[in-house]
Write a protein that binds this ligand. Structure first.
Ligand code: C2O
Ligand code: CU
Length: 469
């Protein structure tokens, strides 16, 4: 496949020397004690997967389905996951959003060696923070996540507040390109630069999925009148999605893994950036069928629809629509219930992160942080306990959903205006021309990625590392 792969992902060129030969007891570095242990086996394997509408792809899966096995644990559990690799390429598992020991973060070449074909690796962590998470391979993510190596992870409260609790992972696929099947990267490279220097991504994706299914194959949500469910949405794809809900039916209750409040208006449209998680409390107002639908007015909208019915046999009429509303729930328009910092702190470290696109002679397109591609990007050098301020500025023409591993940050301001109700997140969707200031505390020693979660951009260089001295 003729595209540039960062040496990082070859698992050779970039090696911190911190890997290999470490026993699981040392790497886990957390005691089981008398915690309940939840054990899972996840096997990375090739799977012929039915997307629906007669479309089949040659997917890579954890345990034979897209998404992979749904993991649900309870706050305080000790989670142990045995990964077995039956693919003929190396893989890992990254626990997106989970605060855990660095050695369990699943980043090949940085926190572990990638798990070679036929080999195994055991991940262990304590499920400390309730919330919505997902897991995915971090080995050559642009290809592997795209082919289906992802799944859901919920850390439940000891006493869940909602009786019904559902998970929806959104994704886009390119089918019908021969044996590459589901692989979007080929599509990406078929895209072309339009006159104003923007990447034309139209027609890259022909199939949009909710929990691995498209069109009529999308599984309906079954709810009775008056019931309220917690719906957890994750975007595993490359483009932002907007979901529209029936009028006055939802309240956004969490963003990434943090509970939010201070809702502005009665939002009916929720935007979800690549890598982001949004939870809503959804109330079924009547027994009439309803639908949660992708906003058709968004560029490249794929027509995803989740029918909501009162029993499994109910038929969803084609004329069920939701009102198109501009009441958009921008992820940063909410405040987190619990803040990292009550007031804007005095930083010990300030890092200016300028995001841009570059064309390198002979190598084609690259995505840069401060004019460099990973691993040449300048790291964020911290000491344990430091308060770190990062000024993230998008100087390019594409969206960059920037995700930080192993920590959460507080979003202090956008385009120079401070938030009255700041939000705590682990990713921030930085659109062209936007500038965000985020703060985090360096309280989890290790080497952690801070990267764009458009995995193509990451593979083409838009990664840096938070590096503890
Ligand atoms: Cu979803 Cu580096 O992560
Ligand atoms: Cu990007």
């Amino acid at each position: 496949i003729g595209y540039f792969i960062s040496p990082f992902y070859n698992n050779e060129g970039y090696n911190t020397g911190s890997q290999g030969g470490i026993s699981i007891l040392e790497v886990g570095a957390q005691e089981v004690g008398d915690r309940p242990v939840k054990t899972y086996e996840l096997t990375a394997q090739e799977t012929e997967w039915e997307l629906g509408d007669g479309k089949q792809v040659n997917a890579w899966t954890y345990n034979g389905t897209v998404p992979g096995e749904a993991l649900r644990v309870t706050k305080g559990d000790f989670v142990r996951v045995h990964l077995k690799n039956e693919l003929d390429v190396p893989v890992t598992i990254h626990w997106h959003g989970v605060i855990l020991p660095n050695k369990m973060d699943g980043v090949p070449g940085l926190t572990q060696d990638a798990v070679e074909p036929g080999e195994s690796f055991t991940y262990e962590f304590i499920a400390n923070d309730p919330g919505t998470y997902w897991y995915h391979s971090h080995q050559h993510s642009a290809e592997q996540v795209d082919r289906g190596l992802y799944g859901s992870l919920v850390i439940e409260e000891k006493e869940p507040e909602y009786e019904q609790d559902e998970f929806f992972i959104l994704d886009e696929w390119t089918t019908g390109s021969g044996d590459q099947g589901s692989f979007n990267m080929g599509g990406m490279m078929q895209g072309h630069m339009s006159g104003d220097g923007e990447m034309d991504t139209k027609q890259l994706y022909d199939t949009f999925t909710v929990n691995g299914k498209s069109g009529d194959a999308i599984e309906p949500l079954v709810m009775k009148e008056g019931e309220t469910a917690r719906l957890r949405f994750v975007n595993a794809g490359y483009q932002q999605h907007q979901l529209m809900f029936p009028e006055d039916s939802i309240k956004v209750i969490a963003n990434d893994a943090e509970e939010v409040s201070g809702e502005k208006g009665s939002a009916q449209v929720v935007e979800i950036a690549p890598g982001e998680r949004i939870d809503v409390a959804y109330i079924k107002q009547s027994d009439e069928p309803a639908v949660i639908a992708e906003n058709p007015n968004v560029e490249n909208a794929g027509g995803m629809q989740i029918p909501v019915v009162s029993n499994e046999n109910a038929v969803v009429q084609d004329d069920v629509t939701v009102p198109v509303s501009s009441a958009m729930a921008d992820g940063t328009s909410y405040g987190s219930e619990e803040l990292l910092f009550k007031e804007t702190p005095d930083p010990d470290v300030t890092y200016d992160m300028d995001l841009s696109m570059g064309m390198n002679m002979g190598e084609g397109m690259s995505f840069q942080i401060n004019g460099q591609t990973f691993p040449e990007t300048p790291p964020i050098k911290v000491e344990e306990g430091d308060i770190v301020k990062v000024n993230i500025k998008n100087e390019g023409r594409m969206n960059h959903p920037m995700h930080l591993h192993g920590h959460r940050f507080q979003v202090a301001s956008k385009n120079g205006t401070s938030y009255d109700n700041p939000i705590v997140k682990d990713m921030i969707h930085v659109k062209p021309g936007e500038e965000y200031v985020v703060y985090f505390e360096a309280d989890n020693k290790g080497e952690w990625l801070f990267h764009c979660h458009d995995n193509n951009h990451a593979d083409l260089g838009m990664i840096t590392i938070v590096d503890y001295k």
